[in-house]
Design a protein around this ligand. Structure first.
Ligand SMILES: [Zn+2]
Length: 250
């Protein structure tokens, strides 16, 4: 694929044409999408220090299956305040993806975020590698509970039927992506003509392992911050997704 070593405007024009002339596109969304919608990157250095200070544990320690198994009260103190209570909603980047999907060109959206923003934006065929904060289940009676139900509890959210602590259906540290979901994601990538990496980077293990299934030469990377291996993309633009996506999906 031709890689224009040109200005941002020329790259945007090039991508506009590429989107116009292609179909079978798949997007892989990363934390950058969530941050632009008002979310926090809990795994950034600044946030990690704050969390360790506030809760006495590093975020990857609290957000783990072993912590959940043994310290549910503390887990939920963190999970509710830092994740469930975030007031985030899809913006113009998501609107552009919706437009792309409505035009029949976007076949699947693969996300590592648990924020539920793709569904709120009306996107379909969303493959959620790490689950969703909107999906919660009682381990005993298997009843599902939504975000509103989880939010209303002060301490540990309990099943209304059997009073058991409800388990958020999200992937915690120490857990693996479900095989069937990974297969679904791999199949989507295998059938893709164009892959767009949005708000993520190469070097993220999930991104790299999914790209192994891609046989084309149209990997588009759009991300705010430069990263040393951005050159692995066939075309890369740095900037805000909410600015760039509406310009290339017309
Ligand atoms: Zn129950």
């Amino acid at each position: 694929m031709y890689i224009p070593e040109t200005s941002k405007e020329e790259k945007i024009n090039y991508l506009k044409g590429l989107i116009r002339d292609n179909s079978q596109m798949v997007c892989i969304l990363g934390v950058g999408m969530e941050i632009e919608c008002g979310g926090k990157n809990l795994w950034s250095n600044d946030e990690a220090y704050r969390i360790e200070d506030e809760y006495g544990h590093a975020p990857e320690e609290i957000y783990s299956s072993s912590f959940y198994a043994t310290k549910k009260q503390k887990f939920y103190e963190f999970y509710k305040k830092e994740i469930l209570d975030q007031d985030i909603h899809p913006g113009t980047a998501y609107a552009a993806l919706k437009k792309l999907q409505d035009s029949g060109k976007l076949t699947a959206v693969i996300t590592r975020d648990i924020d539920g923003l793709p569904e709120e934006a009306g996107l379909e065929n969303v493959i959620r590698l790490h689950g969703s904060k909107n999906v919660n289940q009682c381990p005993k009676c298997h009843k599902y509970f939504d975000l509103a139900y989880m939010r209303k509890f002060k301490g540990i959210p309990l099943c209304e039927e059997c009073q058991q602590p409800i388990r958020p259906k999200v992937m915690l540290y120490g857990e693996m992506v479900r095989n069937d979901i990974m297969t679904q994601a791999a199949n989507a990538i295998r059938g893709a003509n164009v892959v767009m990496l949005l708000g993520t980077n190469f070097g993220v293990p999930m991104v790299d392992s999914l790209l192994q299934y891609y046989e084309g030469n149209k990997v588009i990377l759009i991300t705010l911050h430069e990263h040393y291996n951005d050159g692995n993309a066939d075309i890369c633009i740095h900037g805000k997704l909410e600015d760039i996506l509406p310009q290339i999906v017309i």
